[in-house]
Design a protein around this ligand. Structure first.
Ligand SMILES: *[C@@H]1O[C@H](CO)[C@@H](O)[C@H](O)[C@H]1NC(C)=O
Ligand SMILES: *[C@@H]1O[C@H](CO)[C@@H](O)[C@H](O)[C@H]1NC(C)=O
Ligand SMILES: *[C@@H]1O[C@H](CO)[C@@H](O)[C@H](O)[C@H]1NC(C)=O
Ligand SMILES: *[C@@H]1O[C@H](CO)[C@@H](O)[C@H](O)[C@H]1NC(C)=O
Length: 577
């Protein structure tokens, strides 16, 4: 027996999958050939052995069994765009590239600590094949997920993975299961008018930003690798009628789960209530261990947890100035992690009206609106759950939802107290936070660097209004006529904690206020080089953003903590991806 088969079976033991044999809904020769991986109970007695980092992909595999065992799969196997019913996934293979494929970047942390892979495997041809959709890993049956969603406030009907393939789950040496998804890997039944591809620029942005968010401490999907091909993909980058040939790229994304609010909505809208219940019970059992799955109140309990986790995520986003850009229900994870990085942006000048998507004229998804869009999306989640709730539960769920604004504001206040270096809570903290943000708004001060420089400056320098030249963002705020009044209140607040010291305050603050975030101009500069096959800046940014709180010589040299360069003033982020 080949070793990978053995390894695969060992995982099934870990997954407790001895019982997973209900594959009858899956017919067809290609699918059938996988059966023996899942069904050989005689191997389950082999037991568990500690695995180390894997140095050859021959010894590595994925498993799609958890999805195949739990959910019905689309009975149609041909790959054409259609309305799909009565299933959660369609089985569909990625479309390999025709041309040369190059590795742009990998996340060593994801490879080693999530996927158990020694990072040397990333240099092999096998790896390139697998992460570009050219080769299927043993144990994997690639799947495209059927979901729907509210886009820009309106029910959009069936959406689904139109250019993504869930290539399987991996249970690593810590016993954590992760789901691997290729993005940009070709057409699926959900591609609508799309070509199933993603271009290099948007893939670089997703790769860098999802990793950067992780290191900022924000729940997010991760990115394992990014490859680019020479296959041409046509895009109208600025929606002005000019088609440009760009290159197709693929990101291998990793998350605990890719289910979204739209996953449940699609089933509720199409009245597939048995399947809705099945998916919901699965999500609760797998990802909400604190919900008592046998309780009749489990859906309510689940909803209440999603409400508070969403409030948490929305306040974390604003605490680093992150605007997602397209907060549609199909882009909102049921696990409240950040997913689907499209036209996102980090706010530079503090401005609640900041909109990263230049074509979002109404500003629906402006940064100052994200918290209430979170509530809108939760309301849509509640609608999707409603067919499974009793009238009394619905009433209680509405009460829970009404608690969202408070959850959000409390968490927001907590995060900003910490950003300002406060210990504990004092009644005027809210005022100090609001006032500081108002000063920044009036002076258009840079959000990231103002907080950072406030973390680096001493109380003595502040008290003397002696702000060094290099503290450019703080100097911008300091021109405000109310700044000195605010400083007086701020210093008084800090002095309430007599056992605190200024050194300790600065240490605390520099640990939560990043010096480096992925500003548009930084991504753009790396993208321009990458378009010419120079990936050094992508890798430099990746490296720098792994330690966003730590001053780094290379980053300083590159100007990452300076005022954005003048060429970046009118930089437009395109949304066609
Ligand atoms: C199950 O595994 C055993 C031992 O590894 C092997 O001999 C047998 O052929 C397998 N059966 C199937 C159905 O694959
Ligand atoms: C997120 O929303 C945007 C806008 O509706 C959409 O284009 C994009 O496909 C969504 N992302 C995913 C993967 O659903
Ligand atoms: C940006 O906003 C416009 C207008 O609301 C919308 O049509 C477009 O789909 C958005 N872009 C993306 C990528 O979602
Ligand atoms: C700091 O001061 C605040 C406000 O007076 C108080 O609530 C908090 O307990 C103090 N914390 C410490 C660690 O001294």
């Amino acid at each position: 027996m080949r070793y990978w088969l053995l390894v695969h079976l060992l995982w099934m033991v870990q997954l407790g999958c001895a019982k997973c044999c209900k594959m009858d809904h899956l017919l067809g020769p290609d699918v059938f050939s996988y059966k023996h991986f899942y069904m050989n109970e005689s191997n389950n007695a082999l037991g568990y052995c500690e695995r180390r980092k894997i140095t050859s992909l021959d010894f590595w595999s994925l498993s799609s069994v958890i999805f195949l065992d739990t959910f019905p799969i689309d009975p149609i196997q041909e790959n054409y765009v259609r309305r799909v019913r009565r299933c959660i996934f369609s089985a569909v293979y990625p479309t390999p590239f025709h041309s040369r494929v190059q590795l742009v970047a990998v996340s060593q942390d994801v490879l080693e600590n999530i996927l158990d892979l020694d990072s040397s495997v990333a240099e092999t041809g096998d790896f390139l094949q697998i992460v570009s959709g050219g080769r299927i890993v043993p144990g994997s049956l690639p799947l495209a997920h059927r979901y729907g969603g509210h886009q820009f406030g309106i029910w959009a009907g069936q959406l689904g993975d139109g250019r993504a393939h869930l290539i399987g789950a991996y249970t690593n040496r810590y016993g954590d299961r992760w789901e691997l998804q290729l993005k940009g890997s070709g057409k699926t039944p959900y591609s609508r008018d799309g070509d199933g591809r993603a271009v290099l620029r948007s893939s670089i942005r997703e790769f860098l930003c999802s990793e950067a968010m992780y290191y900022l401490g924000i729940p997010t999907s991760r990115a394992a690798s990014l490859v680019v091909s020479d296959d041409g993909v046509w895009r109208d980058q600025f929606y002005n009628g000019n088609l440009n040939k760009e290159r197709g790229a693929v990101v291998l994304r990793v998350a605990k789960s890719w289910f979204r609010i739209g996953s449940l909505e699609e089933l509720a809208f199409s009245q597939e209530l048995d399947l809705l219940r099945k998916l919901l019970d699965f999500v609760i059992q797998e990802y909400f261990p604190l919900v008592d799955a046998s309780s009749s109140y489990r859906y309510l309990d689940f909803f209440s947890r999603v409400v508070s986790q969403t409030a948490n995520l929305m306040s974390l986003w604003i605490s680093v100035g992150f605007a997602h850009g397209v907060c549609n229900t199909d882009n909102f994870s049921l696990l409240s992690i950040t997913i689907d990085y499209g036209p996102f942006g980090f706010m530079e000048s503090y401005d609640p009206n900041f909109v990263p998507n230049t074509s979002d004229d109404e500003g629906r998804y402006k940064i100052g609106n994200q918290a209430s869009i979170g509530m809108f999306n939760l309301n849509k989640l509640l609608q999707a759950l409603s067919p499974l709730l009793s009238p009394r539960e619905k009433h209680l769920a509405l009460k829970i939802l009404e608690g969202y604004p408070d959850l959000y504001y409390n968490r927001f206040a907590e995060l900003f107290r910490v950003k300002l270096g406060f210990l504990g809570e004092s009644e005027d903290d809210g005022l100090l936070i609001t006032l500081f943000l108002k000063l920044m708004e009036d002076t258009k001060a840079d959000f990231t660097m103002t907080f950072r420089q406030l973390s680096e400056i001493t109380q003595d320098q502040l008290a003397d209004n002696n702000i060094p030249q290099e503290f450019w963002a703080l100097r911008d705020v300091a021109v405000h006529t109310s700044f000195s009044d605010w400083v007086v209140l701020y210093l008084l607040r800090l002095q309430k904690n007599t056992s605190d010291s200024d050194t300790k305050r600065r240490q605390r603050m520099t640990r939560v206020n990043p010096r480096y975030v992925l500003r548009n101009w930084m991504a753009e500069s790396a993208i321009r080089k990458a378009e010419m096959n120079d990936f050094t800046e992508v890798r430099l940014l990746q490296q720098v953003l792994q330690k966003p709180f730590q001053m780094q010589a290379k980053a300083e040299e590159a100007g990452y903590s300076l005022r954005p360069p003048s060429w970046a003033k009118n930089l437009k982020v395109s949304c066609s991806s």
